[in-house]
Design a protein around this ligand. Structure first.
Ligand code: ZN
Length: 60
């Protein structure tokens, strides 16, 4: 399975997240940081059949 590095918006540590299939993008998921365990939202996008991921913090 392919993974992609994202930077946690809370602790700014980088970690790898598993990527969905290209046909399942664009999409977004809730994810807990592997370092600080804070929740974030990860957006998967498709650029020229390459899936990329970016993390956005959840403020509640
Ligand atoms: Zn974190």
């Amino acid at each position: 399975m392919n993974t992609y590095p994202v930077t946690c918006p809370t602790c700014f540590e980088e970690f790898e997240v598993p990527l969905p299939a290209v046909t399942e993008t664009p999409s977004e998921v809730d994810y807990d940081c592997e370092i600080c365990c804070r929740p974030m939202r990860i957006f998967f996008e498709n650029e020229w059949d390459e899936v990329t991921a970016s993390a956005v913090g959840i403020h509640d």
